[in-house]
Design a binder for this molecule. Structure first.
Ligand code: KG4
Ligand code: ZN
Length: 354
């Protein structure tokens, strides 16, 4: 079996995994820094890189031990995220990977973090009843994370065409900002979802931006939604409503969540129809969202299109997806091999078909 050790440190998770044949999770270790960053209300870059330095060796050791890898030399390659992400954080993973690859004489495979998210859906997850996508292309992919919101047509493994994306905030960023506005804490996505549990998604009418914008058919905009949420809270305060009232908060959170889910799903479904997609994948931290999952499942069932969303643990950042992406990229880019000269790229785009 081909075994790749994958390392991911692009943001606030120090992660390492061993992946067999590009799809089997032999180990998947994630050390999250959420508690450290909570008091800053967001990811504090210097704190993140310092914490990666502390965590990286034990996380790698644990991933190797759990996968039963006695020596790094027994592996086939080392994969590492080299962008996009926080430069100081990426550097920790890249340097660790270089050291291991050099010492063991193994190929070093640089991975684009967005391509990693895409391949989170290609991992074998026994508990997922729908299985994994087949090689029936084109596959329409929606990436929704803290830093990105992208609609991608995947023509084959490693072959991408960007259809559109956010013009301003990423979907996850909107969750994080609105959570801060509502004083719900960090990270915003899970906090809003939790607050929304008993709320009515139809309680407040929030905008679905660029819905009928011919020049931006597959683009998104979330900054207006954030402003609309701010204006809503101001109006409610003027009406002497108590914004700490859990029932009111639940209605705001549920209405916000549904506005995000609706526009994401509507444009994903339109793009799938336009590109004649055979399958649809959603990935990235926001794909953990319950409202998004439910809305997408219902809409794609109407269209009769298979939909894949990773299990929750593989939605947010992890190294298993990096290993899967590295394996598949190696199949298409023969000899990506010796990448000891790789550098970090804070704003690395997804490679597109020429
Ligand atoms: O993919 P990810 O872990 O990191 C990036 O590559 O950005 O995504 C993190 C983002 C954060 O903005 C977080 O608030 C959001 O994903 N998120 C969620 C949920 N869980 C995480 N958003 C909505 N609902 C969730 N359950
Ligand atoms: Zn990510």
């Amino acid at each position: 079996m081909n075994r790749i050790l994958a390392i991911e440190t692009s943001c606030d998770e120090t992660a390492a995994a061993v992946i067999g044949d590009g799809r089997t999770i032999l180990s998947n270790v994630v050390a999250t820094q959420i508690e450290l960053h909570r008091r800053f209300g967001g990811v504090f870059p210097e704190v993140a890189s310092r914490q990666h330095v502390l965590a990286i060796q034990p996380v790698i050791a644990q991933a190797l031990a759990e996968a039963g890898v006695a020596s790094v030399r027994d592996l086939d390659a080392i994969a590492v995220t080299h962008g996009p992400g926080l430069a100081g954080s990426l550097l920790v993973g890249v340097n660790a990977a270089k050291g291991l690859a050099f010492a063991a004489g193994l190929p070093l495979l640089p991975v684009n973090h967005l391509e990693g998210h895409i391949y989170s859906n290609w991992l074998d997850v026994p508990e997922r009843s729908e299985g994994r996508p087949t090689d029936n292309f084109p596959v329409l992919v929606l990436i929704v994370s803290g830093g990105h919101t992208e609609l991608i047509e995947m023509a084959g493994h490693g072959r991408y065409r960007r259809l559109g994306g956010t013009l301003d905030d990423a979907a996850g960023e909107a969750f994080d900002k609105v959570a801060r506005l509502l004083d719900l804490g960090f990270p915003g996505g899970p906090a809003i979802q939790q607050a929304a549990t008993s709320g009515a998604p139809t309680a407040f009418d929030l905008p679905r931006a660029l819905r009928h914008a011919p020049d931006h058919r597959f683009d998104f905009s979330f900054s207006g939604l954030k402003t609309a949420a701010l204006n809503l809270t101001k109006r409610l305060e003027q009406e002497d409503r108590d914004l700490r009232d859990p029932a009111l908060l639940a209605d705001i959170a549920a209405s916000f969540e549904q506005a995000v889910a609706d526009i994401l799903v509507e444009k994903t479904a339109d793009a799938a129809l336009l590109t004649d997609a055979r399958q649809v994948c959603i990935c990235g931290g926001v794909s953990a969202n319950r409202a998004l999952r439910a809305t997408a499942t219902a809409r794609l069932a109407e269209l009769g299109l298979p939909l894949y969303i990773p299990p929750l643990a593989l939605c947010t950042d992890n190294a298993a997806m990096i290993g899967a992406a590295a394996y598949h990229r190696r199949q298409v880019d023969d000899g990506t091999g010796d990448g000891l000269a790789i550098d970090v790229h804070a704003s690395l785009p997804l490679p597109e078909i020429a």
